[in-house]
Design a protein around this ligand. Structure first.
Ligand code: PLP
Length: 287
């Protein structure tokens, strides 16, 4: 459990951590976020997450609240105060606090910053990866800028709830062409019948997952044939393997889609190998 949160310049007990009722993140989802996996108290994939944070903020014309160096120090101090070594670090930056009006505040107000840390049970997540998880499909209903990591996550929350209610761990959005876009909080992958590793290209309306990007590099280095090309739910069922990636799930085998088995219904060797490679690289490059 996270005991200390960082809120606008102060480290406060989580039970006392509050934001203003006119925070634009609260009223308009006018805020972006980032999530880092934490290995041995260090932030995984730092470059990718900071680059995406700056991009998300830039797309919405929200100022970076402090330099990357200062932000790293604050993130790490929040981790330290929580005494968590294995977990997730959550950062949210909203446009700030202003009397409710859809257009941006003028003059601009300072961005509002919140950081929390949560613990992850690595043994439990390894056990889950060894077993694999189920996903369900759901129609794509999100806005056209899923490349920006905003807190406007209502369709994702509804999709995740749909999954939870049938014992699945993730929901895959499927677009009007019948192609999987991504998961509610992860990117979607298959190893198709020809042994090609496939995940959707980023010209599509998806989040550019940091784990996805690192894994593409690792897979190519490992000599796998990789294609950034979409697939249908049926192609996932016919695939040798399927899996999802994200800071929370790392690389997590998918063994069922809409109640039907993927391939032979068991986690496969490619996902297991990529999970190991990703964790090794993440640990070695964490800051
Ligand atoms: N897609 C969506 C919609 C997500 O919310 C996330 C992570 O939260 C991802 C993909 C995976 O991104 P990352 O690997 O950067 O955690």
């Amino acid at each position: 459990m996270s005991r200390i949160a960082y809120v606008n310049g102060r480290y406060v007990p989580k039970v006392e951590a509050v934001v203003h009722i006119e925070d634009r993140g609260y009223q308009f989802a006018d805020a972006v976020y980032e999530v880092w996996a934490l290995f041995d108290g260090k932030l995984a994939d730092p470059r990718g997450h900071f680059a995406r944070l700056e991009r998300s903020l830039g797309e919405l014309r929200i100022d970076l609240p402090m330099s990357q160096r200062a932000l790293t120090a604050v993130l790490k101090e929040t981790v330290r105060r929580n005494r968590i070594r294995e977990g997730l670090v959550y950062l949210q930056v909203s446009r700030g606090v202003a009397t409710r009006d859809h257009a941006f505040p003028s003059p601009a107000v300072p961005p509002a910053v919140v950081i929390t840390v949560s613990r992850v049970d690595r043994a439990a997540s390894e056990a889950r990866a060894a077993k694999g998880v189920a996903v369900v499909t759901t129609p794509e209903t999100r806005w056209g800028r899923c490349d920006i990591k905003t807190v406007g996550l209502l369709p994702n929350a509804l999709a995740k709830q749909k999954a939870r209610e049938v014992g699945a761990v993730e929901a895959w959005f499927v677009d009007d062409l019948g192609l999987v876009t991504e998961g509610a909080s992860s990117n979607a992958w298959i190893v198709d019948g020809d042994g090609v590793l496939r995940t959707r290209d980023t010209n599509a309306n998806i989040l550019r997952g940091v784990t996805r990007l690192s894994l593409l590099d690792l897979a190519r280095e490992a000599g796998l044939k990789v294609e950034e090309r979409p697939f249908t739910p049926q192609e996932a069922l016919d695939a040798r393997e399927a899996f999802i990636t994200g800071a929370g799930t790392l690389v997590l085998p998918v063994v069922k889609v809409d109640g039907k088995p993927v391939g032979d219904g068991a986690p496969g060797p490619v996902a297991a190998r990529l999970r190991r490679l990703y964790i090794e690289r993440a640990k070695a490059t964490a800051v």
